[in-house]
Write a protein that binds this ligand. Structure first.
Ligand code: ADP
Length: 701
């Protein structure tokens, strides 16, 4: 039998409800078969590895594990007219705390079952078969694992196939009971197992047991059937089960019950019988069996600390209270059934065939190579040994174990709590940074919008007053020419003309700021532009005692610029810088370089002057903002710079510290336009040379 066939056997007995699964990985931690795979944060049960022990169902606090529901099938069997027999698990007297075992039997009968048999009788038959087998095997020292628990048989068949030969080839009490029912009532009757066990659903699908039973439902499903059928067990009288009377087989559901029944002893001084229950102990015993570390030859093993602690035992009774309840029930039944009657029943089925076969269904996982494990550890951010915290939060005991599971495709690197916390912290840091950037962008946007609307307004006004100003200038010059030099009015007219010209300059500045002027780009030598700037500011710098230096990166290519306008912008910036450091006879540095990717020309104008107070920074590019005294500043210099930079689709920013100095940074896109230095371009157009306090747009032209 291939592992693929094994996979088909238990498809969907336990599955995950995605909406309820909350990444706690408890089920991964508790799955003895490593049958839970984490995919997209969801713990998915892999049918091909699942032994249906129901452990994950038990430990899931979110109740996110779903068990295959068979109530509909049983209802349709019951209504089909066929004879359907119920096989009640030995644990049934301990299962419910709201009504008696007799009332439960009465309620099951009301569902329409043709007969109710206690699986305890099958257990009695099976125990005898075990006793016989053990006696015959004892001389040879053959090791035998008792096999009433389908979770254990499935575990051995799939995950420890090397122990397959140890499985006692005897059917479970459930199958024994079903065979006994058919012996007495004919081969066509139907049988349904009712108990606390999820693995029984899996046992039914075992090809080696095909057709033995028709359905297996849990006590929880039974309660749902009562509800749907409107049956209330507490309102019913006590009734007895049908079928042969079970004697000590009733103790089967308690750990060690099999031994008691089979007359075998688990004497602490005798080493040949070993009783163990509970997942962890069972796994340890099976390991010991593989390693041949145990001298015992008979192993009575139950996955769930006895069936009375099965995954689907309803009610809130403790394990001990259940045990007491069951023992009390057994005691009373033993009083009501005579040993003779029990003996007769057993005799009837003495020759019943209880044999079975086991199949090999190996699903062993590939062990990854050391390099694969190391690389999985790296993806989990475990670079050094100290990074391996082995906290167990992911469901695996160690980080290495988890890395192996990642390599085997069972786990995701992200299901690591420290890893997630670190990722989260990084995400928070990124979020904070983008939040800061967003806030800064928003500020810039507000500023840009403000400047844009000011630009529109300015452009409107400038257009309106440009013509009247031109007329005033024209007529004042005509009048100046008409009157003699010694006439008193001449100097008044000269004042009118010069003030009108000053107004025209302001208007031009406004138009530049509002980007109403056109730019004309051509391949430009940046060094040439800077040299021009140096010449223009030379006199002013000399008078102020300020040193102005120009620095151009070696190998600077030609860049597509409107050289005249950029020169104008730089003159404005250097002008301000000289003003700012005149008092301490400081220094101004203009440096140009290409950005790292070559996509932009970056020009910095730095000074070690007064610096700019923080409260002024947001107003710098607003037209008419000036801190200079009347007649010295128009407040248009930076507005014009801004307009020119924007016309070049560039950006301007400022860094300043009061008392230490200021740096304006111009970033002008070069794109494909950055040209190799080999092609000399035309020199930048000459622009107006401005004197101090006479900042504005280009010269009169
Ligand atoms: P103006 O120079 O006519 O005042 P600007 O628009 O060129 O107009 O400058 C606006 C204001 O920005 C200046 O008045 C000054 O307060 C400030 N400013 C500009 N550049 C600097 C600088 N390098 N250092 C200090 N303050 C500066």
């Amino acid at each position: 039998m291939s592992s693929k066939d094994g996979a088909a056997n238990n498809v969907g007995i336990v599955s995950t409800i995605p909406e309820r699964c909350k990444r706690c990985y408890t089920c991964v931690r508790d799955c003895p078969a490593k049958a839970i795979k984490v995919e997209g944060g969801q713990a998915r049960v892999m049918p091909e590895r699942c032994i249906a022990c129901g452990n994950c169902v038990k430990v899931c606090a979110q109740q996110a594990k779903l068990i295959q529901e068979d109530t509909d099938r049983v209802f349709s069997m019951l209504s089909s007219g066929e004879k359907v027999f119920a096989c009640l698990a030995p644990s049934f007297p301990a299962a419910f705390d709201g009504f008696s075992p007799g009332q439960l039997v009465a309620a099951v009968r009301r569902l329409g079952f043709a007969g109710i048999w206690e699986v305890a009788f099958g257990a009695e038959l099976v125990s005898r078969a075990y006793a016989k087998l053990f006696e015959s095997a004892r001389p040879s020292g053959r090791r035998l694992i008792a096999t009433p628990c389908p979770a254990i048989t499935a575990f051995v068949e799939m995950h420890m196939p090397e122990l397959g030969g140890c499985l006692a080839p005897i059917v479970s009490p459930m199958v024994a009971t079903a065979r006994a029912i058919r012996r007495r009532h004919g081969p066509d009757v139907r049988t349904v197992f009712i108990g606390p066990c999820v693995a029984k659903k899996n046992e039914l699908k075992d090809p080696a047991l095909e057709g033995e039973l028709d359905a297996a439902i849990t006590f929880a499903e039974l309660m749902r059937m009562f509800q749907r059928a409107g049956i209330s067990p507490p309102s019913l009288p006590d009734e007895d089960p049908d079928g042969p009377s079970a004697w000590l087989g009733k103790a089967f559901a308690i750990s060690g019950g099999l031994l008691k029944n089979a007359g075998l002893s688990a004497d602490i001084l005798a080493n040949d019988v070993l009783v163990a229950e509970g997942k962890d102990r069972i796994l340890a015993v099976l390991d010991a069996l593989v390693e041949r570390q145990s001298a015992a030859s008979f192993f009575d093993l139950l996955f769930c600390e006895g069936c009375i602690n099965g995954p689907k035992m309803p009610g809130r009774l403790s394990l001990f209270a259940r045990k007491e309840k069951l023992v009390e029930f057994i005691r009373r039944r033993m009083e009501s059934v005579s040993p003779e009657q029990a003996g007769q029943d057993l005799k009837e089925f003495e020759d019943l065939d209880l044999s079975r076969k086991f199949l090999r269904k190996p699903v062993k996982l590939r062990m990854p190579a050391e390099e694969e494990i190391a690389s999985a550890l790296k993806t989990m951010k475990k670079f050094r040994f100290e990074d391996q915290l082995n906290c167990g939060a992911c469901g695996y005991q160690t980080c290495r174990e988890k890395a192996v599971a990642v390599c085997q495709g069972l786990a995701e690197a992200s299901m690591c709590l420290p890893y997630l916390v670190e990722e989260l912290e990084q995400a928070c840091r990124n979020l904070e940074a983008s939040h800061r950037e967003l806030a800064a962008t928003q500020d810039r946007l507000i500023q840009t919008e403000r400047l844009a609307s000011m630009g529109q307004l300015s452009a409107g006004i400038a257009h309106e007053i440009n013509n009247p100003l031109g007329t005033i200038l024209l007529y004042s010059h005509m009048l100046i020419k008409q009157i003699r030099d010694d006439e008193a009015k001449k100097s008044d007219l000269m004042t009118i003309a010069s003030e009108a010209k000053r107004c025209k300059d302001i208007v031009r500045g406004l138009l530049d700021f509002a980007r109403q002027s056109r730019i004309s780009k051509s391949p430009t030598e940046v060094r040439g532009v800077l040299d021009e700037v140096a010449k223009i500011v030379e006199t002013k710098a000399g008078v102020a005692g300020v040193r102005v230096r120009m620095e151009v990166e070696d190998g600077m290519p030609q860049v597509l610029l409107d050289g005249a306008q950029i020169r104008q912008a730089l003159v404005n910036l250097v002008d301000n810088a000289i003003d700012a450091c005149a008092a301490k006879r400081g220094e101004v540095l203009v440096s140009a370089r290409m950005s790292r990717g070559g996509g932009a020309l970056e020009i910095r104008v730095s000074d070690n002057g007064t610096g700019i107070p923080k409260k002024h920074l947001s107003k710098l590019f607003t037209p008419f903002f000036t801190t200079k005294e009347m007649g010295k500043g128009t407040g248009l210099g930076l507005a014009i710079v801004y307009g020119i930079v924007k016309m070049h689709s560039g950006d301007i920013s400022v860094e300043s510290e009061e008392g230490r100095g200021t740096t304006f940074i111009l970033s002008l896109p070069a794109g494909d336009s950055a040209l190799s230095g080999a092609v000399p371009g035309p020199p930048p157009r000459a622009g107006a040379i401005r004197s101090s306090g006479d900042k504005g747009g280009r010269g009169d032209g």
